[in-house]
Write a protein of this length. Structure first.
Length: 320
């Protein structure tokens, strides 16, 4: 495995910084973050494990020099099996590394951090972005941990074209809440229910009403069921340009003209329909039907005056 990463940042950007570092070593990292007394226990536990998944990333926030020195042997053994990150939120100018590793200093300037992150990804894929596009992109992406995912979506969207324009950002990049809600389905499709509940917690902390979350989930599940029924038309693994061509041609031949087009798969924007189609392939139809039934049952109980809305919704997610 690579060197131990020693990252110097601040408490406001802990999760974003760790997420950025983790995604540099694994496309789908499973990150374990430890603080305080947990650090020692997790190091001992993992260093003695017989089998460790290759996508595991362990991040220790503000570990004491005493712990690092006392467990140096275990850390050196462990770094050969997984990626280790030591993250310090208040390192001083005379900071000294407690163990040999690669030191990385994160900027505390939010705009500078975002610009450097975007430029680094664009350079990797030989793309550029106009100033107007960057301004729009920056306004839409408030959570730096999803920045790379959204930028990759843009890069795939423009295809062989080199320049990303503001209209591309407006067409592809979703608002933070919507992206988080869509991520619920992604985590549930991977059977990662703990992560799904964490996303739900984040949405509630950001004061998104629980009825709005339930409404989005109902709409999304309905669209996913419709996309599931279309699997015979859109072959698995289609790249976006070919999907768009097939989708538009198929839509032209439809006679159905519903009043509320937002509720129907054929009338979604092509790129959104493309994401729906990919997401639907991760679920079995019965799972989606059962989840839809749970959401409907939740809606009835809410309208009947239940005082346990959050518990009911969490139960529905866990039952999926």
């Amino acid at each position: 495995m690579s060197d131990i990463i020693i990252a110097l940042g601040d408490k406001d950007n802990v999760f974003e910084d760790i997420s950025i570092l983790a995604k540099k070593v694994s496309e789908n990292p499973e990150v374990i973050i430890s603080t305080g007394k947990e650090i020692k226990n997790h190091i001992i536990e993992k260093s003695s494990a017989l089998f460790i998944e290759q996508n595991i990333v362990m991040a220790f926030v503000d570990p004491s020099d005493e712990i690092i020195h006392s467990l140096e042997h275990q850390l050196l053994v462990l770094k050969e099996r997984l990626q280790i990150i030591l993250y310090y939120t208040s390192a001083t100018k005379d900071f000294k590394k407690p163990i040999e590793g690669k030191e990385i200093t994160f900027s505390k300037d939010k705009e500078k951090r975002t610009r450097e992150h975007v430029l680094g990804i664009l350079k990797k894929y030989d793309k550029v972005m106009t100033d107007k596009a960057f301004t729009v992109f920056k306004k839409k992406i408030k959570d730096e941990s999803i920045l790379e995912m959204e930028l990759i979506k843009l890069i795939n969207f423009i295809g062989e074209r080199k320049e990303i324009r503001s209209k591309d950002v407006l067409a592809v990049v979703t608002e933070t809440h919507e992206d988080s809600l869509f991520s619920l389905f992604d985590e549930l499709s991977r059977m990662k229910k703990k992560e799904a509940l964490n996303i739900l917690e984040n949405l509630l902390q950001n004061r998104l009403p629980i009825i709005a979350i339930q409404g989005f989930l109902v709409k999304q599940t309905r669209l996913l069921l419709q996309a599931k029924d279309m699997e015979g038309i859109f072959q698995p693994g289609l790249e976006y340009p070919l999907f768009q061509k097939t989708y538009n041609k198929w839509k032209e031949g439809l006679e159905l003209k519903p009043n509320d087009k937002k509720q129907h798969f054929p009338y979604q924007k092509p790129y959104y329909a493309y994401n729906l189609s990919k997401a639907s392939q991760k679920f079995k139809r019965k799972k989606l039907v059962d989840f839809f039934d749970n959401l409907t049952d939740f809606d009835i109980k809410m309208k009947s005056g239940s005082k346990f809305e959050r518990i009911l919704l969490e139960h529905g997610l866990l039952e999926t």
